[in-house]
Design a protein around this ligand. Structure first.
Ligand code: SF4
Length: 297
């Protein structure tokens, strides 16, 4: 059997010789095969996911390398299609329980999730991607409905005790819509993995806006922060303190997705803890977008 491996993971596992600017702390895999979905923003057909390339390797060889790796988590991306869940189950079982396993899936059934749970999956990430049903219908084609995704998120939380929802900023949502969705999911104990929309080889969302949304996500998940809008655009937020962790890649524990949706020269999701200079710059960038009141300042 063959499996696709992200270029950075392949380098970390010494399957490829590619210079790494930041080590992935999670090993990223993608099941081989065509996705039956047709989401308009997705680059899967071109052999990519976002801006990442996924060369194919022999699974037996990959399994050996995983055992020797000290990465903290495994994440397996699963294309949409009936045949993939059985394949996913097999891959998870064969990888063993060396490390916690996340699977990145679409809206699968409760029974399929239970099967993955029994196989040893620790948590699932679900690619809702869109902040509202209207945006979802505009972008996500050939996959289950918005309601099916919402149900899948609720089932995931019930079955695994945790769940992660992928949300892309830049698909046409307003700030208020994105923040409302984050609040709604967070109240249900679902974590948000924030992505920046990547299209035509560039990150197509303004960095200042993204920085502000990163801060919002960080405090929403902590049940803190107040957000004010002007015509659905975030105009002001009140946060209790500043944390550079707001700008680190979010999602499942130890998932850092290095340069998944951006070039190394203009980082959106930091795959490592920022230094003071980087953190200062990131906060300044967010302040270009909205007024930010920090209580501890
Ligand atoms: S947040 Fe990261 S580890 Fe979790 S499902 Fe998404 S890509 Fe995988």
């Amino acid at each position: 059997m063959k499996i696709r491996v992200s270029l950075a993971t392949a380098s970390l596992l010494q399957l490829k010789n590619y210079a790494l600017k930041a080590n992935p702390t999670t090993l990223y895999f993608l099941l081989s095969g065509e996705c039956k979905g047709d989401c308009l923003y997705c680059t899967h057909r071109k052999g990519y996911l976002s801006r990442v390339r996924w060369p194919e390797f022999d699974f037996e060889n990959v399994k050996d390398k995983i055992k020797k790796s000290d990465a903290k988590r495994i994440c397996i991306q699963c294309p949409y299609g009936e045949e993939y869940i059985k394949m996913l189950e097999k891959v998870v079982r064969e990888m063993g329980n060396e490390k916690p396993v996340s699977v990145s899936i679409t809206a699968i059934s409760k029974e399929e999730m239970e099967m993955l749970y029994d196989a040893g999956v620790e948590r699932v990430g679900i690619g809702l991607d869109c902040a509202t049903e209207e945006i979802f219908n505009r972008w996500k084609k050939g996959v289950p409905s918005w309601n099916a995704y919402m149900k899948a998120l609720a089932n995931a939380k019930k079955i695994f005790g945790n769940a992660t929802c992928h949300l892309i900023i830049g698909l046409g949502e307003s700030d208020e819509e994105a923040i409302n969705l984050m609040k709604k999911l967070s109240r249900k104990g679902i974590k948000i993995a924030l992505f920046a929309f990547f299209a035509k080889n560039v990150t197509a969302v303004d960095l200042s806006r993204y920085r502000a949304m990163q801060i919002a996500r960080y405090f929403i998940e902590k049940g803190k922060g107040k957000f004010y809008f002007d015509d659905e655009k975030l105009s002001e937020m009140e946060i209790p303190y500043f944390s550079k962790e707001a700008f680190i890649t979010s999602g499942c524990p130890d998932c850092n997705r290095p340069f998944y949706n951006e070039r190394v020269t203009k980082i959106y999701n930091y795959p490592y803890l920022l230094n003071d200079e980087e953190a200062k710059k990131a906060l300044k960038e967010a302040r270009k977008y909205a007024r930010i009141y920090i209580a501890s300042e």
